[in-house]
Write a protein that binds this ligand. Structure first.
Ligand SMILES: [Zn+2]
Length: 52
């Protein structure tokens, strides 16, 4: 199961918030690679299946 979660680093904007504001070049967020969302795999369920 896969979920799309809003990237917490850039809050969905896709731009790295740590980039210099005066810079004309837009630095893509390193977390979501500019998508603004993260693909979250449900690893909890997988762990439960493995431990069962
Ligand atoms: Zn991001």
């Amino acid at each position: 199961m896969m979920n799309l979660e809003t990237c917490e680093r850039c809050e969905g904007s896709g731009a790295d918030p740590m980039q210099a504001l005066f810079d004309d070049d837009v630095v893509l967020c390193v977390e979501c690679r500019g998508d603004g969302v993260l693909v979250a795999v449900d690893v909890v369920e997988e762990r439960m299946l493995l431990s069962a």
